[in-house]
Design a protein around this ligand. Structure first.
Ligand SMILES: [Zn+2]
Length: 326
């Protein structure tokens, strides 16, 4: 069994409490939320960002990120292990890395995203060895997908390799850039330039959807690339808790008849991650998109990227084909 050392535990205790709360399904606003520990109607739970704790002034519930996860994660009956370790594992899970990037509403208004500064990087995408290893050897993605997504790479002043992921709106305008650290286990794992709007990923694919063709919704761009490599049309959202109102509105318009091609509405499909947040995300999206269809991943696959790898022949060499036109 994996033992958490003191250093790792401290990292979990330092995960932003409000981000953890949101990931667990609480709606945090102005450092308060409804208390999940009593029948609350007045947002009695408050968060102290400086101490990274929560406290309910009605029922007295209090603690830090690990306590909150222990209290709110569903118990996994029949499994060995303790609720404490379950909570630590959940918090340490790579899917929750987004938590370390969680930022409450910025104190000062952000500078708008400067697309002109970044556009040129994606005109001639270039993949360094680390990027090729990650995309083709590790994730085994289709080079045509990598090319369609205009993924490129660069190294910062300290020689750290980054994958650079452009976000476009439906009209193909660059609206954001996400940088992914290509050093395994490195922190921070993601970086976003000032003002970047990295919410719904791969919107231009909507223009290619044929009538009645299924549109898959994934959590995060890695799963989106796997889905595209498997031959499906797909968009990605970061996670329901990070969806901005603007994106909720956009998703809503998808299920209105006039948006679909030739009078039909899009049909939505999803393979939720095999965990509680994954299922919760599905349910939240289902409220916005009533015809969203649930697909079940096999028991040994935690997300679609895992599943995609199991569908590939075992001995395939990383493709070295030059990028093709999408
Ligand atoms: Zn309470």
């Amino acid at each position: 069994m994996h033992n958490m050392d003191k250093f790792e535990l401290q990292k979990l205790r330092d995960l932003p409490i409000e981000g953890v709360a949101e990931r667990l399904g609480l709606r945090v606003s102005h450092h308060k939320s409804l208390c999940p520990f009593h029948d609350d109607h007045h947002a009695s739970l408050s968060f102290k960002v400086s101490k990274n704790t929560y406290r309910c002034f009605v029922c007295g519930a209090s603690g830090g990120p690990i306590d909150l996860a222990m209290a709110l994660l569903p118990s996994r009956g029949g499994r060995e292990g303790s609720p404490f370790l379950d909570a630590c594992r959940w918090l340490a899970d790579e899917h929750n890395v987004i938590l370390t990037e969680y930022q409450p509403s910025p104190a000062k208004p952000a500078e708008p995203f400067d697309a002109n500064r970044y556009e040129r990087f994606f005109e001639r995408p270039w993949l360094n060895d680390e990027a090729r290893r990650f995309l083709f050897s590790e994730r085994r993605l289709d080079p045509r997908v990598v090319s369609w997504c205009r993924l490129t790479s660069w190294k910062d002043k300290r020689g750290v390799p980054w994958l650079q992921i452009p976000y476009y709106d439906r009209e193909g305008k660059l609206v954001g850039v996400q940088n992914r650290n290509l050093v395994r286990g490195a922190s921070p794992r993601f970086r976003f330039p000032q003002g970047a709007e990295c919410t719904i990923y791969n919107l231009p694919v909507l223009n290619l959807l044929k009538p009645g063709e299924p549109l898959y919704i994934t959590e995060g761009c890695s799963d989106c690339w796997a889905m595209l490599s498997a031959g499906h049309k797909a968009i990605a959202i970061p996670s329901a808790t990070l969806l901005k109102q603007k994106d909720v509105e956009l998703l809503r318009t998808f299920s209105s008849p006039k948006q679909g091609r030739q009078g039909g509405v899009f049909t939505f499909h999803m393979y939720p991650d095999r965990d509680e947040p994954g299922e919760r995300l599905f349910l939240q999206l289902k409220q916005l998109l009533p015809n969203l269809e649930h697909h079940q991943l096999p028991p040994n696959c935690k997300d679609f990227s895992d599943y995609y790898l199991t569908t590939l022949p075992a001995a395939q060499h990383p493709p070295n084909a030059p990028p093709c036109k999408p």
